[in-house]
Design a protein around this ligand. Structure first.
Ligand SMILES: [Zn+2]
Length: 330
């Protein structure tokens, strides 16, 4: 993801305003008649899922590590009971390069009308352009936090989704080519290429989940998940419900009521292009630009900066959202 200059934020905001009419209401969801236990999230297993991705090497499109990771991700989702769709596409990068890319979609209860979508990006940035050492800035990012953390949490969650009642559907969408954006400002649509493709080519025609939750950089110690203004513009009720639940679960130090502006991430494309409500859980600890963690787009985005407690908090909140939703309580 990327932080936008203020002017660009305004431009995107007004462009996005025109898309509001796409939001439509749906029929009331079915309500469970009995209590469904909320599974316990295994943070150790989530950590191992993050570590495994990093072991493949940077997951930059057109590299062997990228291809091997794609196969592994698909097989993990299948093992965890999902029906998997690999949505292949060729994206054109800001450099003119053609990126062989794949959005990986894991469906649970694909026939259920009531559904939510959970997303993260699985690719790694091709350059560490934010590294303090200028001689290293052409290296690809290990992307333990910026990519693998969200995917790791979703893979661990996926283990529990086959136990959902058949009226409750969940889709896990792992976006590709999120982080191959132009380091020069002003080229916003060079970012989030996978989510742009998916938003224009939904894997099911007429796909209309109730809402979506995007995870990005959810692995660092002592995170500060502020409410980002894109999420608040498109789906404030979902943001507020998730944050309220997180606080009730004891995570008010992580999920704060502050607003953060200027974040360009996959959820912007999903909201503005597909008209699907999607919020972003993203760590923005700094008050000054860049608002992201210190290791963002540097050679330090590695396993040393991944914290099991953070993964556990995010994963448990998400499981509570999903299973409360299944019980008609969210
Ligand atoms: Zn990034």
């Amino acid at each position: 993801m990327k932080q936008l200059p203020f002017l660009l934020v305004l431009v995107l905001f007004f462009a996005a305003c025109q898309e509001d009419s796409k939001q439509t209401s749906t029929t009331p969801p079915p309500v469970a008649t009995k209590k469904i236990p909320i599974p316990k999230f295994d943070r150790e297993a989530a950590y191992n899922y993050v570590a495994k991705q990093v072991e493949f090497g940077p997951r930059v499109p057109n590299t062997p590590a990228h291809k091997a990771t794609k196969e592994w991700l698909s097989s993990q989702l299948k093992t965890n009971g999902a029906t998997v769709i690999e949505q292949d596409f060729v994206a054109t990068a800001y450099t003119g390069e053609k990126l062989n890319s794949t959005n990986i979609i894991g469906q649970y209860n694909p026939k259920a009308k009531k559904r939510i979508v959970l997303a993260a990006h699985w690719d790694s940035r091709h350059i560490t352009d934010n590294d303090p050492d200028a001689t290293k800035q052409n290296l690809p990012v290990d992307a333990a936090d910026d990519g693998a953390s969200g995917v790791g949490v979703l893979l661990e969650i996926s283990k529990h989704l086959a136990t959902l009642p058949d009226y409750m559907g969940v889709d896990i969408v792992l976006f590709d080519a999120e982080d191959y954006g132009d380091p020069k400002p002003g080229n916003s649509y060079s970012w989030a290429l996978g989510s742009q493709y998916w938003a224009r080519n939904l894997h099911v025609s007429g796909y209309k989940p109730k809402y979506g939750i995007l995870l990005d950089m959810v692995g660092a110690k002592n995170p500060r998940f502020r409410k980002d203004d894109t999420s608040m513009k498109y789906a404030p009720e979902i943001v507020n419900k998730v944050w309220k639940l997180a606080k009730e679960m004891g995570h008010s130090n992580y999920f704060t009521d502050e607003i953060v502006t200027g974040i360009l991430d996959d959820h912007f494309m999903v909201n503005s292009i597909a008209g699907i409500k999607m919020i972003d859980i993203i760590n923005t600890p700094n008050n000054t630009s860049p608002v992201f963690v210190k290791h963002w787009h540097t050679t330090n985005d590695n396993m040393e900066n991944i914290n099991k407690r953070t993964l556990g908090a995010v994963g448990q909140v998400l499981l509570a959202v999903i299973f409360n939703e299944a019980m008609g309580k969210f």
